[in-house]
Design a protein around this ligand. Structure first.
Ligand code: F6R
Length: 615
């Protein structure tokens, strides 16, 4: 969590940093701050609240001149969100200033030592300890800033992406990374620093992504020197050309990123299967899978590891893989998996799913699985992310940047990609007939059009949202492939509208949740034609006799459920295994409109952040 931005070059740093922070606000938004070097001194301003609050404060507080600066948007870990705990932090001398994304785990012992040496601390943050440790080393050892940062980081346990500068040497910024992302944009005599490349897209398409345990000394008008933090060896920088464009990271006329991303799903799904699904030739081509076909074919078990929405995509994949590939599947919360003593064998294939590719628990679970000999395949959206790099092989979803904190297109593109993998493996293993395989390919190819049709119910869904926006509890029910969709629908509602919602397998309802049902309780039931239709109709009847309000997601043309439900929302017909790609859409729209009507901050819900880089 937390977003960091920096600039050193010939332009005014302030607008670049401020705009960059706005783009990175999805990473954390409980406080923000900027430090600029104005040619003589450091000008620092920070505040609890959002980047807009910072902007207002800065205007009345500091001059914004200077061609060097750093900025931070925070998701609090150590210390509550308040002005003092916000970054940047000064060292005691007032010469050094730092921004930090991550956690210093051994902060207490470091602090004790520094207290003994006469240091004092204004904030409750681990970051302030780090900057004073750097100052202490710099003075004690009489070394340059870069060396002091390196020595300090060798004493640190934890995760970090940091940027530091020294007002005595205002021609360089020192950055370093372990566990949290850090990109350096390379311009013409100017350099940009950011947690991802979005803050500098309009200035340069050339970027270096630091690897873990690397640091860089970035010198104005000169160069970037990258070294290994541990052994000081020089690293040859690998400059990548960015494929993103500005349009992708702007709202494009929508009120919120979330809505834009919901409506982007037809094209995002197409981008996921483009060049991979060749329906005419009846081929699925995915290099990461082909190159490792033996591993997949010989797998005794597939274990999906993920968190949150990505975990829900893993649950959908469990149904698809067991159904089509006939391999036993387990779906694990990364945070539980990594701290259990899981039985992992060399013939296990672990598929890690992550939109951001930076989720700390998923990353740690991958490392654990690899250490036990499993083959790890990463399914990520963000190109070059830590999980993508840590996996033995993988495939990108190509969904484009997802900026709304609540995942939408990430979910449907993950399911699309996992379906492609399942179909390819089923073909290779002979567990699917050629006609069924072709049918799946044709149907999958038609999903974007059908998602488009599902999106047309928006106005109708808005009316339903208006009726139920003031309730305190929602229940979501689904069976089979649509049970994970019920979980996802409930998660979407609670995270952006703060209404309590639970997802359940419909048949489990009578083992407990049915007690909740009364005439105030809206129950969203996914009741599409294929699969367990009759069973779910019985479940709807059970709800009806307890006077619950039923919002049913049904297949176009359905009549039976229509007679029972208070509201129906139609989605086009497709194969049972592909229904989650359609039934998810109305649930996303329902949560979105309820949250908007309740005047919640849809794109930046409270207490959340887009990429959870702390455990
Ligand atoms: C929910 C949501 C989170 C993420 C979870 C995993 O809308 O966005 O639950 O799905 O934090 O994130 P990734 O997929 O980036 O690993």
């Amino acid at each position: 969590m937390c977003g960091i931005v920096g600039y050193i070059g010939h332009r005014e740093a302030y607008p670049i940093i401020l705009n960059g922070l706005k783009r990175l606000e999805y990473r954390g938004y409980d406080s923000a701050g900027i430090a600029l070097f104005d040619g003589e001194d450091i000008k620092l301003s920070k505040t609890k609240g959002k980047v807009n609050d910072l902007e207002k404060k800065i205007e009345s507080e500091i001059s914004t001149n200077g061609t060097l600066g750093i900025g931070h948007t925070r998701w609090a870990t150590h210390g509550v969100p308040n002005d003092v705990n916000s970054h940047p932090h000064y060292s005691n001398s007032g010469n050094l200033v730092i921004i930090h994304n991550g956690i210093i785990e051994n902060y207490e012992s470091l602090k004790k030592e520094l207290l003994k040496r006469g240091y004092s601390f204004a904030s409750d943050t681990d970051t302030e300890i780090l900057i004073n440790l750097i100052q202490d080393i710099k003075e004690k050892e009489n070394v340059k800033l870069g060396k002091a940062v390196q020595i300090a980081l060798n004493q640190v346990v934890g995760a970090y992406a940091v940027a530091v500068f020294d007002k005595e040497k205002p021609n360089e910024i020192v950055v370093a990374k372990l566990g949290s992302p850090l990109a350096i944009g390379i311009g013409d005599g100017e350099f940009f620093i950011a947690s991802d490349a979005t803050p500098f897209l309009e200035y340069t398409k050339n970027a270096i992504y630091l690897e873990d345990e690397e640091m860089a000394i970035i010198r104005k008008h000169k160069d970037v020197k990258i070294r290994k933090i541990k052994d000081d060896s020089l690293v040859n920088p690998y400059v990548q050309e960015l494929q993103m464009n500005l349009e992708q990271i702007e709202k494009g006329g929508y009120d919120h990123f979330m809505l834009k991303e919901i409506f982007e799903q037809p094209s995002a799904i197409k981008d996921t299967y483009r060049g991979r699904l060749l329906s005419k030739e009846a081929i699925i081509k995915m290099a990461g899978v082909e190159d490792n076909m033996k591993k997949f074919i010989n797998a005794e078990r597939i274990i999906f590891i993920a968190c949150g929405t990505s975990w829900h995509a893993g649950l959908v994949a469990e149904y698809i893989f067991e159904d089509l590939v006939r391999i036993p599947v387990e779906v694990e919360y990364a945070s539980e998996f990594r701290y259990r003593n899981p039985v992992i064998k060399e013939n296990d294939v672990v598929i890690a799913i992550s939109q951001s590719g930076e989720t700390a628990d998923t990353l740690a679970a991958i490392k654990l699985a690899k250490s036990k000999g499993a083959f790890v395949f990463g399914v990520c959206n963000v190109v070059g992310s830590s999980i993508a790099r840590e996996s033995n092989a993988g495939a990108y979803t190509h969904a484009g940047p997802e900026i709304g904190v609540a995942s939408t297109k990430a979910f449907t593109t993950q399911i699309t990609l996992l379906t492609l993998i399942a179909l390819r493996l089923a073909r290779a293993k002979g567990t699917i007939s050629s006609s069924d395989y072709r049918l799946h390919l044709l149907e999958l190819e038609m999903i974007p059009e059908k998602v488009n049709d599902a999106l047309k119910s928006e106005a109708h869904i808005k009316k339903i949202a208006d009726i139920y926006k003031d309730v305190h509890n929602f229940l979501y029910l689904g069976r089979g492939y649509n049970f994970p969709v019920a979980l996802e629908g409930a998660l979407k509602l609670k995270e952006i509208s703060y209404i309590h919602a639970e997802g359940y397998p419909a048949a489990e309802m009578k083992h407990g949740p049915i007690a909740l049902i009364d005439d105030n309780m809206p129950i969203v039931v996914i009741a599409t034609k294929k699969g367990h239709y009759d069973k779910i109709v019985s479940n709807i009847q059970e709800i009806k006799s307890r006077k619950g309000k039923i919002i049913a997601i049904v297949t176009e043309g359905d009549t039976s459920v229509k007679e029972l439900a208070d509201h129906v929302i139609e989605v086009p017909e497709t194969l049972e295994s592909l229904t989650p790609l359609l039934t998810t859409i109305p649930l996303q729209l329902l949560s979105y409109h309820i949250a908007v009507m309740l005047d919640k901050n849809v794109d930046q819900p409270r207490n959340l952040a887009k990429s959870v880089t702390v455990e």
